[in-house]
Design a protein around this ligand. Sequence first.
Ligand code: HEC
Ligand code: HEC
Length: 299
Amino acid sequence: MAKRIVRGLGIGLGALIGLLVLGAAVVYGVSSSRLSKQYEVEPEPVTLSSDSAVVARGRHLAESRLGCADCHAPDLGGKVMIESPAFGRIVAPNLTSGQGGVGGGYTDADWVRAVRHGVAADGRGLVIMPSAEFHRLSREDLVAVLSYARQVPPVERSLPESKLGPVARAMLAFSAEALPVRTLDHEAPFPASPVEGVSVEYGAYLAGTSGCRGCHGPDLSGAPSHEPGGVPAANLTPAGRSGQWSEAEFIRAMREGKRPDGSDISPAMPWQAMGRMTDVELRAIFAYLRSLPPVVSES
Ligand code: HEC
Ligand code: HEC
């Protein structure tokens, strides 16, 4: 009897292990072919600028809501963003023209292709880089941030290569969003430039281009962390905890990482970067969040 159970279990386990190995092989194969695929995108031509006001605006965007300085380091010299057995090693490259950087060899079109279309200069689709959001930037905002990025002082920093772990590979195999180049309409024209001001419309534009959805979910009602065991992103609709906050409390949370009850917001929320937004930008986002339909969720 015991023997039969053991034998039965043996077969069951063998089959299970076989299935797991097969599953892993499929995930590995699909993700590898997606990673090595070449994408040809001819971006709409833009003219980058050396005008100091444009560059200053670009710096503001890069250091606040677009998060370039958060992921690629404040000097845009790149950094290892994530290093974990499950997710793997995710490196945001050195964007400068210094040794180990990609920027020196970039044409204006290469900058647009990478940021607006999610395609590296060598034709690879970019992962983690939030090009799906950046695709919705107005022409003025894109020109500003790229005009800033291409003129930062050269930084000498050689970083290791990204190496995707099983969780990142599974994301690539099962979700089209993991490789933004696959989901974008590359022929789409630039959206109309938004009118700046404390309005729901401007807030919608800001929230739609600042990565909020990438973490807080498509309807902003919260989402689990991409990293196993990571902090889930909160529900930002009026049904969530922050739906009770005043505008001043929201701005303080974004600037200081503190909730009205005094508790700390985890650094998994990039509040240090997002909090650099101007009052007008933060107030517009607040107005937009308040206009959302309340969605009850667990986060
Ligand atoms: C959430 C983190 C994150 C943010 C925010 C981000 N990047 Fe990236 N970026 C990455 C990662 C990771 C890669 C490498 C992706 C890869 O190799 O598949 C990358 C790649 C790039 C590349 C392509 C480099 C190459 O290998 O050719 C450029 C250019 C770039 N980013 C510019 C920017 C700019 C400009 C901004 C702000 C507008 C920005 N990034 C914001 C994470 C980020
Ligand atoms: C890289 C992922 C990421 C991005 C991008 C991001 N958030 Fe968050 N956010 C989080 C996480 C994770 C938490 C939960 C932190 C915690 O529980 O301590 C959070 C918490 C918050 C909170 C506190 C809510 C509460 O109930 O405590 C607010 C407000 C917030 N985010 C607003 C925003 C807005 C607005 C944007 C876009 C401008 C944004 N976040 C972009 C990950 C992100």
